[in-house]
Write a protein that binds this ligand. Structure first.
Ligand code: PLP
Length: 396
């Protein structure tokens, strides 16, 4: 039996793999500190759960319109309005998580051989989804020195006649980097001049710190809006990763194509999860503020702790819930009888010897870095920092 080329070429998600390993160790009774999870540790707020229960009790258990119930699509429009974006419900496609929205978008945008510019470090699924759609990922590297930001010059240098699409992610997973309005304006100029499309993954738009404001590139003018697909969802903002509700806001023809595609794959996302998402978007936003404040406190703690480790450097993330420290100065050194040659070696030693789960930067296309998620309790962060300090002390 042979697996089709399309599927055989997929690399499994390295972040999910490490998270699974950490959870398996935990299940065996090992005290793992898990910094690898890409999801909030909070429970879904109560009023959202109640909306799902009410929908279930009311028998809201049948197929809905493929692109989502009209009131949810209207609620998405109202939310985007606050971002300076004017859409109508017919421009909104609700899918089974933002990951699914991204997948649909790439499937309807890309032809065989179309080049897609990704800025490394990038979220792991972009790369695979581009390939699954027949596209060719073109990676532009960034590093801590330029705060991991794609510059207009770097974008121009990566363009070829085959370039079709740019994927932007602000606030960024894994770096937490937030693009300013003027930085996005400069990128938009290049995008318009070269007739590119943009996928703007804004899943962390509500998780910003230090008084930063989110800017959507689509809000910069009607021309760029016509070339942008905005992606967001409820997973990260409302601690709803398991509910699988994400959405795209797109130019009408693209939204229609995405809906048609979805009509032959998943059909509508789960009916009661849509009602829960509606409650999330239209209900009290106080739980979001509370979670954001707690994330901000943890970010400060983990940043201070990491910067105290000799040989570790870390930029200050402006959003999301990750830190992405540089560990180049730890490489080439010895841990007991083995030399640490790359971030995978470091992550392996941390997990095996200190029971600390982190994701190596190479998983996001950029080394030598580590990604740590601070979507875990302050106690776990304190304990994890102690173990990291012990690890660094043991290096020779
Ligand atoms: C978590 C995440 C997503 C996907 O979220 P869903 O759970 O599928 O809604 C998309 N993009 C980035 C950058 C993420 O971190």
């Amino acid at each position: 039996m042979e697996i089709a080329r399309r599927a055989a070429g997929i690399s499994p998600s390295p972040t999910l793999a490490i998270d699974a390993q950490a959870k398996a160790m935990k299940a065996k009774g090992i005290q793992v500190i898990n910094f690898s999870a890409g999801e909030p540790d909070f429970d879904t707020p109560e009023h959202i759960k109640e909306a799902a229960v009410a929908a279930l009790k009311a028998g809201f258990t049948r197929y809905t319109p493929v692109a989502g119930i009209p009131e949810l699509r209207q609620a998405v429009c109202d939310c985007l309005k606050a971002r300076g974006l004017s859409y109508e419900p017919a421009d909104i496609v609700v899918s089974c998580g933002a990951k699914h929205s991204l997948y649909n978008a790439m499937q309807v945008l890309l032809n065989e051989g179309d080049e897609v510019i990704l800025c490394a470090p990038y979220w792991v699924s972009y790369y695979e989804q581009v390939k699954l759609a027949g596209g060719v990922p073109v990676v532009v590297n960034t590093d801590a020195a330029t705060d991991f930001k794609l510059t207009p010059d770097a974008l121009k240098a990566a363009l070829t006649p085959r370039t079709k699409l740019l994927i932007l992610n602000s606030p960024c997973n894994p770096t937490g980097v937030v693009y300013s309005r003027s930085e996005l304006e400069a990128l938009a100029e290049v995008i318009l001049a070269h007739d590119l499309m943009v996928i703007s993954d804004e899943i962390y738009a509500a998780l910003l710190y230090d008084g930063l404001n989110h800017t959507s590139i689509a809000s910069l003018g009607p021309e760029i809006k016509e070339r942008t697909i905005v992606i967001d969802g409820v997973s990260k903002t409302y601690a709803m990763t398991g509910w699988r509700i994400g959405y795209a806001a797109a130019p009408r023809a693209i939204a229609t194509a995405m809906t048609d595609l979805q009509s032959h794959s998943t059909s509508n996302p789960t009916s009661i999860a849509q009602k829960a998402a509606l409650a999330a978007l239209t209900g009290s936003q106080e739980p979001v503020a509370a979670m954001r404040n707690e994330f901000a406190r943890r970010r400060d703690r983990i940043l201070t702790g990491l910067r105290e480790l000799p040989g570790v450097e870390c930029n200050q993330p402006g959003g999301a819930f990750y830190v992405f420290p540089f560990i180049g100065k730890l490489l080439g050194r010895r841990f007991r009888d083995r030399v640490l040659n790359n971030s995978t070696d470091v992550a392996a030693v941390l997990l095996q010897e200190y029971q600390v789960a982190v994701v190596p930067g190479v998983a996001f296309g950029t080394d030598p870095y580590l990604r740590l998620s601070y979507a875990t309790s302050m106690e776990q962060i304190e304990a994890g920092l102690e173990r990291l300090a012990a690890f660094v002390r043991e290096l020779q």
